[in-house]
Design a protein around this ligand. Structure first.
Ligand SMILES: NC(=O)c1ccc[n+]([C@@H]2O[C@H](COP(=O)([O-])OP(=O)(O)OC[C@H]3O[C@@H](n4cnc5c(N)ncnc54)[C@H](OP(=O)(O)O)[C@@H]3O)[C@@H](O)[C@H]2O)c1
Length: 303
């Protein structure tokens, strides 16, 4: 078949892009998509609002979510390694008069530093109502280039899985004691799709999802809610090294931050874009059919 003329291909990309954009908008758990449908943050009458710890708050989705959560009345604990960025964001939030934020610099690959962070947060703020596990590292590399890079798999697990569960283990007992609390995990739609070249990254996110689902059952009667957000592509520094993503529709950090805020206020179990639900369902029925799709995607994009 003769290839489509260039202009025709461009014209076809417009509706395809629009469709992909709509299909990328996560829905889930009965939150609805409009702010009007959402209740206020779970308030603590004695402390004027929820205490929400946001990891990875120095950039991208975490920064946007932290700013919005503070504007909604939460006291936001900003966690990341970049102390300067956290100080700047905290003072900008303070200066806006719209909320409160406290910087808590921490390297979340350092398990002892995480224990100190949990102790400090509980001592200084009395409680942490919501933990948003958002800090993350992504690695895009096919397995044929990973033979001598075992550390890629260790690094993604260390931050995306071990760091997150160490935080959960540190904060969960106090939440259970008080009979309320929420853990929001910023995962990836790639887990449902099993995106090629992201094996290490999506495996670390899948591990956190599985851990959370099992622990949800154990803590359900204690007022604890685990929420998994299967985030689609978001235009943040994380994806900027991948040139192929420049032409693919992506959420803005503010749109993604809003999904996090909606997850905190609506407390759904899962939030995911429709395309990920559809592809995961196809995969369940016929993994071989999805192998064909994934292998096409793999061959379509370079390293
Ligand atoms: N962007 C996307 O398309 C996309 C899609 C699906 C899921 N996600 C997920 O969304 C989350 C946020 O990513 P993003 O896109 O907003 O990326 P980003 O702008 O690169 O932000 C990553 C954040 O993680 C923090 N971080 C990295 N290493 C850390 C460490 N060792 N200790 C503490 N904090 C650390 C970074 O702060 P410091 O460098 O200051 O430590 C930064 O605040 C990640 O979990 C990512 O996997 C993103």
């Amino acid at each position: 078949m003769a290839p489509l003329p260039r202009r025709l291909r461009r014209a076809a990309l417009v509706p395809a892009g629009a469709l992909l954009r709509i299909a990328s908008r996560p829905v889930g758990g009965g939150t609805g998509m409009t702010r009007a449908a959402l209740g206020p943050l779970v308030g603590r009458p004695d402390a004027g609002g929820s205490v929400v710890m946001v990891t990875g708050a120095s950039s991208g989705i975490g920064e946007a979510a932290a700013r919005r959560l503070a504007a909604e009345g939460a006291t936001v604990l900003l966690v990341a390694r970049g102390a300067e960025a956290l100080d700047r964001i905290a003072s900008e939030i303070g200066a806006s008069g719209a909320g409160e934020a406290r910087p808590h610099p921490c390297d979340l690959t350092d398990l002892e530093a995480i224990d100190d962070l949990c102790e400090r947060a509980l001592a200084e703020h009395g409680a942490v109502d919501v933990l948003v596990n958002n800090a993350g590292r992504s690695i895009r590399r096919s397995v044929d280039r990973s033979g001598d890079r075992f550390h890629d798999f260790q690094r993604t697990m260390q931050l995306n899985y071990f760091g997150a569960i160490r935080l959960i283990l540190g904060l969960l007992p106090a939440m259970r004691e008080r009979g309320q609390g929420q853990v929001v995990n910023v995962s990836s739609a790639g887990v449902q799709i099993r995106t090629p070249r992201f094996s290490g990254y999506i495996a670390s996110k899948a591990a956190l999802e599985a851990f959370s689902d099992a622990v949800q059952a154990e803590t359900r009667e204690d007022g604890i809610r685990f929420t998994t957000i299967s985030m689609p592509l978001v235009r943040t520094p994380m994806i900027s090294p991948t040139r192929q993503y420049e032409r693919i529709p992506a959420l803005t950090p503010e749109e993604a931050g809003r999904l996090v805020v909606d997850a905190v206020s609506g407390r759904p179990r899962r939030v995911a874009p429709p395309f990920a639900h559809v592809l995961a369902a196809v995969d369940r029925v016929s993994p071989e059919a999805m192998d064909v799709v994934r292998s096409r995607v793999y061959r379509m994009f370079g390293e």
